[in-house]
Design a protein around this ligand. Structure first.
Ligand code: 16G
Ligand code: MG
Length: 512
């Protein structure tokens, strides 16, 4: 077939360094940008196959999230805006690792195994972050798409969650929204403005102010673009906007979470709210410094608690019988789990690290709130839940209090990006909740007190020797490791510790 000749010819322009081995990790490939050109081209090819297989538009995002500027990466987005189906991750790895002369064989192998109809049309949406390497790498993706005869749409600079959103909009014929960046701002900001109309009477104009650390990345650009849609209902001071600092360097959500200190480059008064995005704006954490200069971090666990409490109260007010659950990982602070289960009486589930695991667990409930402690998360509403909310909001015989709650729920659904964790969407929801509840960040922080914790990373020669079970909370190998941890933990009250191999770096990570 003509396309295969094109693939051969084009792929020689994107050669694979001999003997290089790469793996589609927790969230796609990530490495030094110099090692990725061939992978980008090949992910363009794979996206075409995935699009033909699903008969839908597929997304390819070029980003390495919170990694240093020198790195880059790529992840594929499935039709409903979710992460690539896990069984296809191994195809991605096979294609990435095929030596130049074996590429066509590897490609035909996928086509055969998946019984792909090659005459089916294919469309791929491509986006990139602000890294200096992203332009040429996203061009390599586009080359891969066209080599296999696929159509592409290049969204250029977008946040990761924006591209996920576009893919879902496209595949639901606009039902989820319009597949443009403007459409995204319009949908989210309109919902935000509707929500904020219900702000508490004690909510002053000062409360409208928020400092945002854009990690010198794409999120900063997009917050700036969105501002006019907010109609001054949220006043943002943007720091680390990329005009001088380096991407993710001493700033951004990952830095703040791991270091437990404010990002550099932000000026913020004691007691005031600030938040940090990561390098591709799919994570967010909040914080403030008190009058004694002590730093207070409100991470993904605190965010999940705030959101699930808000939703649970609305469900009660609306008289809707919908099951709500919170999904966390082993990194969740024990205090948050305790508070959610015992005070809030919501179901809590624990899954392995990585958004795809949390996302799937959250899909099992009417309303699934999922957050990793690192600030990645969102809320999923089942179709039935959305319908019930919609019906109640539209039913003329609904009484005033129930109607108010139903309308708030409806706009909450609209402000949320259900495809994946989204710093911009999460920020709008959190800001709306604080305003509606008339709550300060200090009051939010006081919902429960975090147990002290530390995260450690240790470089090891082979992280695969560690195998875990029970959502990564217990090590099953090497022999003796778990026993050693247990005997240390036993010495302390309410203590917990675990070790797991990283899915993105050559390290093992532990929390205690
Ligand atoms: C990726 C994951 C993130 C996870 C992190 C863990 C996605 C979109 N991102 O960044 O959810 O927390 O990996 O990395 O799934 P680790 O395995 O190195 O600790
Ligand atoms: Mg990220």
């Amino acid at each position: 077939m003509a396309h295969f000749q094109d693939v051969s010819k084009q792929s020689s322009l994107h050669p694979k360094p001999a003997e290089l081995v790469s793996q589609y990790g927790t969230a796609g490939f990530r490495a030094n940008a110099k090692l990725l050109d061939h992978i980008m081209f090949r992910m363009g090819l794979l996206a075409v196959l995935r699009s033909k297989k699903t008969k839908a538009t597929i997304g390819v995002m070029v980003t390495a999230s919170h990694n240093p500027e020198e790195d880059n990466g790529v992840k594929l987005i499935d039709p409903m805006g979710e992460m690539l189906l896990q069984t296809w991750e191994s195809y991605a790895t096979q294609l990435a690792n095929a030596e130049q002369e074996d590429l066509l064989t590897a490609l035909k192998d996928v086509i055969e195994k998946e019984a792909i109809n090659m005459s089916q049309e294919a469309t791929v949406f491509v986006g990139k972050d602000t890294r200096s390497s992203s332009s040429s790498l996203s061009q390599a993706v586009l080359d891969g798409v066209s080599a296999l005869g696929g159509h592409s749409k290049d969204y250029g600079l977008v946040t990761t969650p924006q591209l996920h959103y576009m893919v879902r909009c496209q595949n639901t014929q606009g039902q989820y929204g319009e597949a443009t960046v403007e459409g995204y701002y319009r949908k989210l900001c309109q919902a935000f403005i509707q929500l904020i109309k219900n702000k508490a009477s004690n909510c002053t104009d000062d409360q409208k102010h928020l400092s945002v650390d854009g990690a010198n990345g794409i999120g900063a650009l997009k917050v700036h673009e969105m501002e006019s849609h907010l109609k001054k209902e949220l006043l943002i001071s943007l720091f680390n906007d990329g005009s001088k600092g380096k991407l993710n360097y001493q700033c951004g959500a990952d830095f703040v979470k791991v270091q437990q200190k404010p990002p550099t480059g932000i000026e913020i008064n004691p007691g005031e709210r600030g938040c940090s995005f990561d390098g591709d704006a799919d994570r967010i954490v909040y914080y403030y410094t008190d009058s004694d200069g002590r730093f207070h971090l409100l991470d993904g666990d605190k965010i999940a608690t705030l959101i699930s409490t808000f939703l649970k109260e609305l469900l009660t007010q609306a008289g809707l019988d919908l099951k709500i659950a919170v999904v966390q990982t082993a990194y969740a602070n024990g205090s948050s789990t305790h508070y959610l289960e015992n005070t809030m009486k919501v179901t809590v589930r624990c899954t392995k690290t990585g958004v795809k695991h949390l996302h799937h667990a959250a899909q099992e409930f009417d309303i699934g709130v999922y957050f990793e402690a690192n600030g990645h998360g969102t809320v999923l509403f089942s179709e039935a839940a959305e319908e019930k909310i919609q019906q109640l909001a539209e039913n003329p015989s609904t009484d005033d209090e129930r109607k108010r709650a139903a309308l708030l729920l409806r706009n909450t659904v609209y402000v949320i990006n259900q495809t994946v964790g989204d710093a911009i969407s999460d920020m709008l929801l959190i800001e709306a909740i604080l305003a509606i509840k008339g709550m300060t960040i200090q009051q939010w922080d006081a919902m429960y007190t975090d147990l002290p914790n530390r995260q450690l990373k240790v470089k090891v020669s082979d992280r695969r020797v560690i195998d875990t079970t029970d959502a990564e909370r217990r090590a099953v190998s090497p022999a003796g490791l778990q026993e050693a941890i247990d005997s240390l933990v036993k010495k302390y009250r309410q203590a917990r510790s675990f070790v797991r191999p990283s899915g993105t770096e050559d390290v093992v990570k532990s929390l205690r």
